[in-house]
Design a protein around this ligand. Sequence first.
Ligand code: ADP
Ligand code: MG
Length: 240
Amino acid sequence: MLEASALNKWFGRFHALRDVNLAVPEGARIVICGPSGSGKSTLVRCINGLESFQGGTLRICGDQLTRDRRRLQAVRRQVGMVFQQFNLFPHLTVLANCTLALRRVLGRTGAEATEIARHYLDRVGIAQQAQKYPHQLSGGQQQRVAIARALCMKPKVMLFDEPTSSLDPEMVKEVLDVMTELADAGMTMLCVTHEMGFARAAADLVVFMDQGSIVEVAPPDTFFASPTQERTRAFLDKMI
Ligand code: ADP
Ligand code: MG
């Protein structure tokens, strides 16, 4: 479904991704963790075509990510992205946030777009709020709208970049519950998160990154009980 091979990325002289290799088969649920600045966001932004990279290859659903803008947009359509800061359009209602790309990018009619959007808003438990504006919702509700908006495009892969990190603690669970349901429904997911409970419950692989490299990859049981790398152990010790 998604494959990064020998991915290298520099910001000027700073080597942000070092020979990153990662294969994400269809239906896989992968959690990426690691210290701040280790390259987690840079990796997911490369996968989504938001950052260019200088070495290696990225394949999504068999298509190689290139600089060709039209090809890039086609590949990007397969990928849904949820950010830490929700990134909803503040001047649009919840419903309009969800229908915009359906109409503008996929060319759906207003009625079709509304039907699809309502389906996914219902799925994340927020259909009642469809006519509200983002600022009228809690952070947890806004993030669920952001997830619904991404799902409307029927992506093949969902990327999450610390989706609960800017939420008040009491709202973390409602977002993780939606993500767990998606995982249970078979969605291919790559989640940057420090929610280790979610990793244990929903992930089939946990990836640990440090200083731009993937240091350790293991199923959650092994990852938490017996990490092989000293850097992983040091990170987990600090988390608990
Ligand atoms: P993480 O998400 O793991 O916290 P990031 O991927 O955001 O880490 O950043 C990895 C490193 O790349 C950091 O040292 C960060 O300062 C650097 N970096 C990220 N974006 C840029 C940028 N646009 N320009 C220069 N350096 C950047
Ligand atoms: Mg980050």
